[in-house]
Structure formats: structure tokens, C-alpha cells
Design a protein around this ligand. Structure first.
Ligand code: NAD
Ligand code: UDP
Length: 325
């Protein structure tokens, strides 16, 4: 029998980067948290500090398979997010997005639970509209190497809106722009963790292409604030809502910032630009500001400092600062 009246929340992908921060915040709010993960890119270590809480439960499960649990709310985050990882097994990535959405929406329908989807700015592909508002329908190559992720996430959005229209499921769709912070995997392959780890190890900073492509980087705490605000918004607010920091930087800008903040003497080298790499990306966050009252607060330098401190401590542990030694 349940001992308390606290909200029971399922977080799929809860042992990943964003998921672990979300689990932490939900526990701090007094929720019971069921963290579900197949540990493809996430790890038990990310949530080890939460396992002492009697309100936290960890379950190894792949969301491509049905799940029968009892919860009040669902955050569906399960999916590899780094291009290196989602391209590793593109068919499983697509299954995770599509079958994962079907299974979690089916669960939400049975339980009459609210469900939030971690969608992505990748639904805009290589955008020809800049900055990107939610009304922009995107420019995605459906047969390219990023398609398993981009089209998988687009299909998941379609499923969310069809379950909403057809079955009245209460949905919330967040389109997340590049988010960074502590607990990104050091070998994750995404640009912020790559540059920081390379700088701290004294390895060359790898810029793909000429480095003039842009991204907008949101610090993880801001993003989690946005998730919580969206989940708690009135039922009529379905999204999609862009969540991201509108500051826009080239990869050259980012490399220079990381070098300055780490005090590293790493040199910059250039590698081939991956196919279909978006040229530019910046969120229009008018909807998030006006509907959710949300805006990011942590500037890039401050967020990078916190992330660098995390990786510095992590790489300082024996056996991890290996690449340049
Ligand atoms: P992450 O790789 O750290 O986390 C993903 C988690 O999902 C991992 O713990 C992984 O093991 C788990 N997972 C993957 N496939 C699974 C499956 N089939 N069944 C169960 N668990 C599975 O990435 P993240 O940055 O924390 O991203 C979380 C979510 O947010 C993803 O859905 C991602 O697409 C989305 N997102 C993130 C960003 C970002 O910049 N961080 C941007 C856009 C969208
Ligand atoms: N990138 C880079 N060097 C790296 C990793 C990534 O120059 O070591 C570039 C990548 O080509 C892209 C940008 O950084 O233009 C962001 O890449 P990331 O994989 O972090 O996310 P994306 O927004 O492409 O999904």
C-alpha cells in the first residue's frame, strides 16, 4: 500500500544526462520517482546518489518493450542524444523513438497520466528559417545519417498529437536545443563535453568543418526548470515549445571560450564536417516566455565554468585522464 500522497513520476532515460538531473529535482520536490533506463548511454552512477531515498526506484528496461507500472506523470526522455551514439545503431534509435513513444503513450492513456516528450531542435533539420519558431516545419533529410534520430523524433511528435486528438491524452512536447552541463558522458561525442575533455587532457580541440556553424547552448538547470514549468502548465498547453538559450555561438567561439576558461594550451585542429550537420541553430523562445514564464538564466561562461569543474574532478580520478598521458 502507498504510504504517502506524493506524486508518482516515471522518467524514462532517467539514468542519462538530463534524466538524472530531472530525477534529482523531482525527488527534491517530494515526488516518488521511478527511473527507467536500459543503460545504453546512461549509467547507474548518474543516479547512485539518489538510491538512498525511499522515494526513488531504478528499473532496467528498454522502452521499445511495453511497461506496466502505476504512475501519475511520465517524462519520456529515453533515447541516445549524441550523434555518435544515435548513429551507432540507427535502427534501434528509430525503434526507441517510435516504439518508445507508442508504449509510453499507451501507458499514459491507460493511467490517464500526463506525458511529456523530450523532442529536439533536430526536428528543424538544417533550418532555412532563423531563429527557429515552433511554427517552422523544418528541413530534414529523411534518408541521411541523422534521419534515424530526426525522423524518429518527428514521428514521436506525430504520435503524441494523434494520441492527444484521438484519445484525449494530456501531452506536453518540449523541443530541446543543445543542452550541456555536469554528468554529460566524457566520451559522449557532443561538442561541449568533447572540447572540455580535450582541453583538460591537453589534447587537440577537434572542430568539425571550418567552425563557423552555430549552436545555442542551454545550461542543464535552466532546461530542467523549463521541463517542470511545461509539465505543470494548464492542460490546454500541449506545445510544441522550444526550450533553449537564444545566445548563439560558432564552434570557433566555443573552442576559444573553453581554452580560455580551462587555461589549456591545446591547439585547434579541423576534422571533416559530418554529413547534414546543421549550419545554424537558435531557438525563438517567445512561446516559452509568454506561455510558461520561462527563460534561461545561466550565461554560457558561467555554465561552462560549472561543467569544467565537474569534468576536472572526474578526470582527476585515477585512470580517466589517460588520452594525453
Ligand atoms: P543521454 O544519452 O545522456 O540520455 C538518454 C538516456 O536514455 C540514457 O540514459 C540511455 O541509456 C537511455 N536510453 C536510450 N535508449 C533507451 C531505450 N531504448 N530504453 C530505455 N532507455 C534508453 O542524453 P540526454 O542529453 O540526457 O537526452 C535526454 C533526452 O533529451 C533524449 O530523448 C534526447 O533526444 C533529448 N534531447 C537532449 C538534448 C541535449 O542537448 N541534451 C537536445 C535535444 C533533445
Ligand atoms: N562538433 C565539433 N567538434 C566536436 C564535436 C562536434 O566541431 O568534437 C560540432 C558538430 O559538427 C556540430 C556542433 O559541434 O556542428 C554541435 O555538435 P553536437 O554533436 O554537440 O550536437 P548537434 O547539434 O550537431 O546535434
Amino acid at each position: 500500500m502507498r504510504q504517502s500522497a506524493s506524486k508518482r513520476v516515471l522518467v524514462t532515460g532517467g539514468a542519462g544526462f538530463l534524466g538524472s538531473h530531472l530525477c534529482e529535482r523531482l525527488l527534491a520536490q517530494g515526488c516518488e520517482v521511478l527511473c527507467v533506463d536500459n543503460y545504453f548511454t546512461g549509467s547507474r552512477n548518474n543516479v547512485a546518489h539518489l538510491t538512498n531515498s525511499p522515494r526513488f526506484e531504478l528499473l532496467r528496461h528498454d522502452v521499445t518493450l511495453p511497461l506496466h507500472v502505476e504512475v501519475d506523470e511520465i517524462y519520456n526522455l529515453a533515447c541516445p542524444a549524441s550523434p555518435v551514439h544515435y548513429r551507432h545503431d540507427p535502427i534501434h534509435t528509430m525503434k526507441t523513438s517510435v516504439l518508445g513513444a507508442i508504449n509510453m503513450l499507451g501507458l499514459a492513456k491507460r493511467l490517464n497520466a500526463r506525458i511529456l516528450q523530450a523532442s529536439t531542435s533536430e526536428v528543424y533539420g538544417d533550418p532555412s528559417v532563423h531563429p527557429q519558431p515552433e511554427t517552422y516545419r523544418g528541413d530534414v533529410n529523411p534518408i541521411g545519417p541523422r534521419a534515424c534520430y530526426d525522423e524518429g523524433k518527428r514521428c514521436a511528435e506525430t504520435l503524441f498529437f494523434d494520441y492527444h486528438r484521438r484519445h484525449g491524452v494530456e501531452i506536453k512536447v518540449a523541443r530541446i536545443f543543445n543542452t550541456y552541463g555536469p554528468r554529460m558522458h566524457p566520451e559522449d561525442g557532443r561538442v561541449v563535453s568533447n572540447f572540455i575533455v580535450q582541453a583538460l587532457r591537453g589534447d587537440p580541440i577537434t572542430i568539425y568543418g571550418d567552425g563557423t556553424q552555430t549552436r545555442s547552448f542551454c545550461y542543464v538547470d535552466d532546461l530542467i526548470d523549463g521541463f517542470l514549468a511545461l509539465m505543470d502548465s494548464p492542460a490546454a498547453v500541449t506545445g510544441p515549445v522550444n526550450l533553449g538559450n537564444p545566445g548563439e555561438f560558432t564552434m570557433l567561439d566555443l573552442a576559444e571560450k573553453v581554452l580560455k576558461l580551462t587555461g589549456s594550451s591545446s591547439r585547434i585542429i579541423h576534422r571533416e564536417l559530418p554529413q547534414d550537420d546543421p549550419r545554424q541553430r537558435r531557438p525563438d523562445i517567445t512561446v516559452a516566455r509568454t506561455v510558461l514564464g520561462w527563460r534561461p538564466r545561466v550565461p554560457l561562461d558561467a555554465g561552462l565554468k560549472r561543467t569544467i569543474a565537474h569534468f576536472d574532478a572526474l578526470l582527476g580520478r585515477p585512470g580517466l585522464r589517460t588520452a594525453a598521458e
